[in-house]
Design a protein around this ligand. Structure first.
Ligand code: BTN
Length: 229
């Protein structure tokens, strides 16, 4: 596979979107000056492991639930090195109620509006200096070990991903569900600008969160939830 390493970069996702050509090429950096998060947010990247995978849609066996597949790959690897991790729907990996990893999937389209390529970006706070985060992030972002070899972690995640990309959706959804920390909990989420409250019941076959809200069922396909303490 093609691996493009950078000492520092604005955003590995932006770089992959600009310069990605070959299926499964990787763009990786230990630092980002303009890391992108979901919903137009910034992803503070003062030092850790940041990488993006460029995928040609036609070369994927299954081009569905890619973010969820990436979450499963990260969780398998972190569990495998002995960490106790959980997932907050949809794509945040948590240790001890703090987020250690975020994932941002972006699609590229052609002039007819069809998706041609996909970039999956993964950011993990490995060996990150907590004090380098801004104040508000410092209290929510978790960090994992100084002694962890970042190269080994990327390699293991890529290995898992190449397997996971060939597994049928239902099996991956079941595995993903087993890692979720939100199920059967009261959660908050925002819809059309207002904050709602409900009980997280399940994940459907598309990875949408099924919520019981005022005795009605609602499905969330994107957005953020927080757990009511
Ligand atoms: C989120 O939690 O909102 C998603 C964060 C995704 C961060 C990764 S780091 C590597 C890649 N490059 C980016 O600019 N963002 C993703």
């Amino acid at each position: 596979i093609e691996i493009n390493c950078f000492k520092e970069i604005d955003s590995t996702n932006d770089e992959a979107k600009k310069n990605g050509k070959n299926h499964f090429s990787i763009f990786v950096a230990p630092k980002q000056s303009d890391g992108k998060g979901r919903c137009g947010r910034k992803f503070e990247s003062p030092g850790g492991l940041y990488f993006s995978i460029f995928l040609k849609k036609d070369e994927l066996v299954f081009a569905d639930i890619l973010t969820i597949r990436a979450v499963v790959a990260v969780v398998r690897v972190l569990k495998n090195i002995g960490l106790e991790v959980g997932v907050k729907w949809v794509n945040d990996v948590f240790i001890d109620n703090k987020k250690v990893c975020g994932i941002l999937t972006e699609s590229l389209i052609n002039m007819y509006g069809d998706i041609t390529d996909i970039v999956v970006g993964i950011g993990i706070n490995i060996g990150t200096d907590q004090s380098k985060f801004s104040k508000e992030v410092r209290s929510v972002a978790g960090v994992i070990g100084d002694g962890i070899d970042k190269n080994l972690i990327v390699a293991k995640i890529l290995n898992e991903l190449s397997d996971i990309f060939k597994i049928e959706r239902g099996i991956i959804i079941d595995e993903y569900k087993s890692y979720l920390i939100v199920l059967n909990k009261k959660i908050y989420y925002s819809i059309d600008g207002s904050i709602k409250e409900g009980l997280a019941l399940d994940i459907d076959e598309n990875g949408s969160l099924v919520i019981l809200e005022n005795e009605k069922i609602r499905k969330l396909s994107y957005g953020d939830v927080s757990i009511k303490l």
